[in-house]
Design a protein around this ligand. Structure first.
Ligand code: SF4
Length: 447
């Protein structure tokens, strides 16, 4: 008998164990969560294989999540280095990691990362299909057979990955649209670029689009989440919200309905590079065109002019996206556009993205987020540095910055020392209750 997917189980009125765990972790009613999974507004991804791993909920009324991209490259093929970055990403609070490896024994790398990760692991199987054919036939992506793409997806799913990126919305028509309108930066998605070259060289439709039903069968068999990729995401600000990007989004919305019919969970991937004023309309478009499916954005980066600081350009965009209703932020590190990130870049990328996600949660009225900020404010008032560490998104930064040089007498810091306004006001306002601003905002989230 065919095994039912998580989505199908919720439709039959049962509450699968992963939903109970997610509801408990998020502090939401399990009945509401079942409803959102059933209707495709929340997806549940399976965790990695490490101890303490939990399933991850992404979508409406849940905390905004953060992903860290990892993986070997030809210039840096070390599995050991990627496992170290995985540990750094998880320690910094990443909810998910993606293995985007393109060098070494790709099966071994993926399986090692899966077994070492408590966080949900995602992959882009077309990388493996493309890299393996290009190793045998350099420069001949057209030698990649559609079967190899589906076999790679099945292999990753069977290994237990939580979600796979599949660029199903790229079609010959949308690609032609991008070509005709003259983009500044063409196709910047790596998986999208592999597919686009394959489609043009063979003059054939994208198999992930034309054989979408085969993909759905694989996803249902292994009950994995499909992350419908944005092959035509803008790679520069002038390309944002152009015809190709929006046509792909329309197609992804249509495929979302087909996936739901098949009991397969989907989320939608989004930009990319985008000026601040276009972020909210883009989130609105995704929610409308893709029927409330969870939105997974890369950044977005709000300027192209700050290489070396793209963890900041993307955190600015990520905060606005999260505030506007995006559900999942893919981190960007300081080395974006410049090279493969080192462990320190991974740490900075995850923390920056978590700040953006938290800012979005606050703006959306998350009770838990407001409690955290209230706790920090109270600890600041009490000059309680250990308490501030506990409430901080990155506790290590407090230790690092506080330990620079000798501290002045008392509990104050080196900024004002004896003139510490907080300490002075303790005598004047002493026992006055800390205003509980969060209490009025931190009610039920409406996102
Ligand atoms: S010394 Fe100044 S900066 Fe430091 S805790 Fe007191 S008021 Fe804040």
């Amino acid at each position: 008998m065919k095994k039912r997917t998580l989505m199908e189980k919720t439709r039959r009125g049962t509450v699968p164990a992963p939903l109970r765990k997610v509801a408990r972790a998020e502090g939401v009613r399990v009945e509401d969560l079942c409803d959102d999974v059933m209707n495709g507004r929340v997806v549940i991804t399976s965790p990695g294989g490490a101890k303490g791993a939990l399933p991850l909920g992404i979508g409406r009324n849940l905390r905004v999540k953060v992903n860290a991209n990892l993986g070997t490259s030809q210039a840096r093929p070390s599995l050991k280095a990627e496992l170290k970055k995985l540990a750094v990403a998880v320690a910094a609070g990443a909810d998910a990691v993606m293995d985007l490896s393109t060098a070494g024994d790709l099966d071994a790398v993926r399986r090692a990362m899966l077994s070492a990760s408590p966080a949900s692991v995602g992959t882009v199987p077309i990388y493996q299909a493309a890299v393996e054919v290009l190793e045998r036939h350099p420069g001949r992506i057209d030698r990649m057979e559609p079967d190899a793409v589906f076999e790679a997806i099945e292999k990753h799913a069977a290994d237990g990955v939580g979600f796979v990126t599949v660029h199903c919305g790229l079609t010959l028509e949308s690609l032609g649209r991008v070509r005709d309108q003259g983009r500044v930066l063409g196709v910047v998605s790596r998986g999208g670029a592999f597919l686009a070259e394959w489609m043009v060289r063979r003059g054939e439709e994208n198999p992930l689009f034309s054989r979408f039903d085969r993909l759905l069968e694989i996803a249902a068999r292994h009950d994995i989440v499909l992350s419908l990729g944005d092959a035509l995401r803008p790679g520069s600000l002038p390309d944002a919200t152009d015809r190709g990007q929006i046509q792909e989004l329309i197609i992804l919305g249509e495929l979302t309905l087909r996936a739901r019919e098949a009991g397969v969970q989907v989320m939608i991937e989004g930009p990319g590079h985008m000026p601040l004023d276009q972020i909210q309309p883009n989130v609105l478009l995704e929610k409308k065109l893709c029927h409330g499916a969870p939105f997974y954005v890369l950044g977005p980066l709000v300027t192209d002019s700050a290489p070396g600081y793209d963890h900041i350009t993307s955190a600015i965009g990520g905060a606005v996206a999260a505030w506007s209703g995006a559900d999942f932020l893919c981190y960007v590190t300081p080395s974006e556009h410049l090279g493969l990130p080192e462990a320190e870049d991974v740490h900075l990328g995850v923390v920056s993205s978590r700040i953006a996600a938290h800012a979005g949660d606050l703006a959306r009225g998350s009770k838990k987020a407001w409690e955290r900020d209230l706790q920090m404010a109270r600890c600041r008032k009490a000059l309680d540095w250990q308490g501030q560490e506990k409430a901080a998104l990155d506790p290590g930064s407090i230790q690092r910055l506080r330990s620079r040089g000798d501290l002045p007498e008392g509990d104050v810091c080196t900024m004002c020392g004896a003139y510490c306004s907080i300490k002075g006001m303790q005598d004047i306002l002493g026992g006055a209750p800390t205003p509980q601003r969060g209490a009025s905002r931190g009610s039920d989230r409406k996102s």
